[in-house]
Write a protein that binds this ligand. Structure first.
Ligand SMILES: [Zn+2]
Length: 86
């Protein structure tokens, strides 16, 4: 499974790395239960995979990154809409 990086928005302000499915999302800091912000990173397992085959598939890393950015934007839009509804 890919690994993702989050940053705690609560008092510990920690960087958190979690491994979860591509459709999952960490909702709260495991330490203080405050909200977390997803950091825009390429999953480490994918990056390692891509690094191994970077000369063979130069587009793979870019495709993965674009997908990640789109997902991030989609999540942010959802959050903004949620705020307006409340
Ligand atoms: Zn925390």
């Amino acid at each position: 499974m890919p690994r993702y990086a989050y940053r705690c928005l609560g008092e510990c302000e920690d960087a958190i790395q979690v491994t979860h499915g591509i459709d999952d999302r960490l909702e709260e800091c495991p330490a203080c239960k405050e909200a977390v912000r997803k950091m825009l990173t390429i999953p480490i397992s994918l990056a390692a995979q891509t690094a191994a085959s970077v000369t063979a598939k130069p587009g793979a890393l870019v495709d993965a990154y674009i997908k990640e950015v789109k997902e991030e934007l989609r999540q942010q839009k959802k959050e903004v809409r949620g705020d307006i509804d409340v």
